[in-house]
Structure formats: structure tokens, C-alpha cells
Design a protein around this ligand. Structure first.
Ligand code: BG6
Ligand code: MG
Length: 227
């Protein structure tokens, strides 16, 4: 089997901004008079800012006009951005930089597929922009994950077929998007939560393409044995 490239989600895969998103939504919810838990936050991973706001408001049983929603989304985003001032290459999650270096050395294509409209800003702060041949983010797509648009657009831009590309995702919605697009879906995080992944890694530490291919083969053979 051959892998010709990798598409990375951003928040929670390359950098732990997922925690900042959560704290910002929680702050907004608390200001509106209700709580927002870590478990509820799983629903928000991978979806757009406005879709996330709808989830938060429905949890609180609150209705807002469109202009009020835009104002709340702006408040959340301002709070989120205010937590990113110290972001630097030190903020990369374990093993990410080494894995990107390996991919580049081996000539694999590298792309980003994120729902975030802040993705380019975050990538710049992390100092890893030069690794990515394509960046597709929340500004470039009209449909949120679990729609595969973001990953299919990235695959087109790097001129590779989905079946040869590994998508790294920390969210169930992102993994569904990856599966629907025909990609090889690797969860990053907990196997208990990321049940839509073909296989799950805890982190990028120690990962290389040979290990990755072994994981894929093993996961595919298990699936064949089960079904
Ligand atoms: C995704 C996050 O990457 O981006 C979501 O998983 C977030 O939690 C979404 O809501 C949109 O991000 P932003 O930066 O455009 O508000
Ligand atoms: Mg994510």
C-alpha cells in the first residue's frame, strides 16, 4: 500500500487550541447564565464558529436574532484570540514538528484541512507555514465537517487521490468527513471517543511513515476479519 500525502486538522491535532476554544465557549455560556461541560464540547470539535454557537445556545435553551448571534460569535472569537498571544513553535503538540520534517524529507504532500477561520493566523504563529503545500480552512469552504468538502478541496490542491492520503483528526465529525471523502482516517486522541477512525494514535511522538503503514495494514486486516 502507498501513502502519498497527509492532511492535518489543526485544532487539537497540531496544537492544543481545542482547549482555548472550549474555555471561550464556556465563558460565553456562563455569561448567558448556564454551564457548558467538557463532554458537551465534544459536539463542537470540527464544526464552524456559527454552528458551534448554535450548539451552545441550544444547550442553554436560548434564542437570539442573527445580529445578536454575530455579536456573540465575535465576543467568543475575541476571547479565543486573546489566549493565543503566546503561541509559538513551542506550542506544537508532541512529535508534530519531527513528523512534518520526516514527511517533507520523504517527499510526501502535506496539507491542512481545518474548520477554523483563524487557521492561517495560528499556523503563522506556530512558524510551520512552509511545510504546507495547501491550506484549506473555514474561509474556503461552504459546508462544515462532517461534510468532506474541506478535505476533498485539500486533496485537489495537492493533486492526490483521497485513498492515498491519511487524514489526522481529533474529532468524530472530522473523521466522518474523512471517511465520506474516501481518505484513510487516523484519530489523534482517545480510541474510546474516536470510534469513527480506522485507527487511533495517542500523539505523533515516534511516528514515521513505516509505522503509519503498519498501523493502516493492521487496522484494515482487523476490519476484514470482523466483517
Ligand atoms: C475547529 C474547532 O477547528 O474550528 C472548532 O475544532 C471551532 O472548535 C472551529 O469552533 C471554528 O474555529 P474558528 O477559529 O473559526 O472560530
Ligand atoms: Mg480538531
Amino acid at each position: 500500500m502507498t501513502i502519498t500525502g497527509c492532511i492535518f486538522d489543526l485544532d487539537g491535532v497540531i496544537v492544543d487550541t481545542a482547549g482555548y476554544h472550549y474555555l471561550s465557549w464556556k465563558h460565553l455560556a456562563n455569561g448567558l447564565g448556564f454551564d457548558f461541560t467538557v463532554e458537551q464540547n465534544e459536539l463542537m470539535k470540527g464544526i464552524s464558529r456559527m454552528d458551534s454557537l448554535d450548539v451552545v445556545l441550544s444547550i442553554g435553551g436560548i434564542k437570539k436574532s442573527q445580529s445578536e448571534k454575530l455579536e456573540l460569535a465575535k465576543q467568543k472569537n475575541d476571547l479565543y484570540l486573546s489566549q493565543l498571544s503566546d503561541l509559538s513553535s513551542d506550542s506544537l503538540l508532541p512529535g508534530v514538528q519531527d513528523f512534518l520534517d520526516l514527511l517533507r524529507t520523504e517527499g510526501l504532500r502535506i496539507a491542512l484541512g481545518s474548520a477554523s477561520k483563524n487557521a492561517r493566523y495560528v499556523i503563522d504563529k506556530l512558524g510551520i507555514g512552509s511545510y504546507f503545500e495547501a491550506i484549506v480552512d473555514g474561509n474556503d469552504v461552504s459546508r462544515s465537517k462532517p461534510d468532506p468538502e474541506v478535505f476533498l478541496t485539500a486533496a485537489d490542491l495537492i493533486n492526490r487521490e483521497p485513498a492515498e492520503l491519511v487524514v489526522f483528526e481529533d474529532s468524530q465529525k472530522g473523521l466522518i468527513a474523512s471517511n465520506q471523502g474516501g481518505f484513510i482516517s487516523c484519530g489523534v486522541g482517545s480510541p474510546e471517543i474516536l470510534t469513527n477512525a480506522l485507527f487511533v494514535i495517542e500523539s505523533f511522538s515516534g511516528l514515521n511513515t513505516s509505522v503509519l503503514i503498519e498501523y493502516i495494514k493492521e487496522a484494515k486486516s482487523k476490519k476484514t476479519r470482523i466483517s
